[in-house]
Write a protein that binds this ligand. Sequence first.
Ligand SMILES: NC(=O)c1ccc[n+]([C@@H]2O[C@H](COP(=O)([O-])OP(=O)(O)OC[C@H]3O[C@@H](n4cnc5c(N)ncnc54)[C@H](O)[C@@H]3O)[C@@H](O)[C@H]2O)c1
Length: 433
Amino acid sequence: MTTVAERIKTREAHVVVVGAGYVGLPLAVETSKAGFKTTAYDRSREKVDSLSRGVSYVKDIPSATLEPLVKAGKLAASADPDVLSDADVVIICVPTPLNKTKDPDNSFIMDAADMIAPRMTRQQLIVLESTTFPGFTREALLPRLTEGGKKADQDFFLAFSPERVDPGNKKYFTHNTPKVIGGISRASLEVAQAMYGCFIETVVPVSSTDSAEMVKLLENTYRAVNIGLVNEVAIMCGRLGLDTWEVIQAAATKPFGFHPFYPGPGLGGHCIPIDPLYLSWKLKTLKYNARFITLADEINSAMPELVVVMVADALNERKKAVRGSRVLVCGVAYKRDIEDVRESPALDVIELLHRRGAEVAYADAYVPSLRIGEHELKRVPIEDAGKYDCVVIATDHANVDYSALVDRAQLVVDTRNATRSVREKHPGKIVSL
Ligand SMILES: NC(=O)c1ccc[n+]([C@@H]2O[C@H](COP(=O)([O-])OP(=O)(O)OC[C@H]3O[C@@H](n4cnc5c(N)ncnc54)[C@H](O)[C@@H]3O)[C@@H](O)[C@H]2O)c1
């Protein structure tokens, strides 16, 4: 029997990606393009059926890219865990959310491990890409994989390599974003490096899985904390009667030592609002309070409420109450030019407006339907903006003509500085964060 390293080298290795979502699908496309027979294993039958027809559900992967790979038999999809018995390389890309008490929920990874371990029929490389806390791969995943008697670095190699996918990014994709890898041993690192070196331009080895896990959390904590800082700067500028955006843009002209971050209605997506809390949770078990993370989470989580207060104050100026007012939220995806609404702060804004008795509709070309709890939201054409008492720009998709939107609207609360160029033309109509 050949080793997994040899099978990787000759491209004979069969890659199974566990979890074909925003991270797993682009990865499966890359490994199949690199010449590895690839199977996307997902427990969602809907996703498997869609992939089997060559139809993509991830905006960054056009069906035109996916279909030829599926038709040529280079990329398959399956909901049957038995595909894992024929795997040489298994890459885990399942969700890592928080539970109700904001603690890490690693149950999806553990479920995946329970599928993989009993089906290990030959030497495998197993890589975890899902974000988790430092120590998880070594302390939790490794013991689970060895429970049945399999031996690390003999029956399987194990590494952690954090995904850095940035949905909607037009310059950096899976293949040209440097990839950090840590192994549970030197041997595991070498096999994982060889694998990723086949389809990623730059591979960045680090000394351990713990270190690779921490790299990812540093990156996302850096963003969460800086966004928290700039959200607080926006609050301070509001009190001082200053234009936050002018201040940030002028500061950004400094050619060194300053990197601009921008305020908004709060954090969104599967990473930035969640990952730092994985780190603070881990540190709590070591009796350390990660203060920056806690503070940033507090400030960022309070931003939707601030936006709703801005709406209430702006309506009040016009002798209107929030209760009974009609509000149109423009852009509900968590960031510009994507369709993902997970953790989107726009949803919190909508919920808070509902609670105060507003009648809320939304406009977003990328999001065809939206349900928040009991409420099925009504999507309306952006051209109807004039029929609403207030328009809230929660996400600034590039496909919107903001000048025309302001012309039509009665009142605009702009959380993204999308209306800057027309603000002077409409005195009193636009309230900006
Ligand atoms: N989306 C991003 O931009 C992004 C960026 C970097 C890192 N990450 C991290 O990557 C991981 C995956 O995120 P995502 O956005 O791709 O999630 P996702 O929800 O889009 O995809 C996960 C997929 O895993 C499937 N799944 C869950 N449990 C499974 C199991 N036991 N067996 C088989 N399939 C299973 C789900 O059906 C789903 O299709 C998370 O840890 C996330 O934090 C995400």
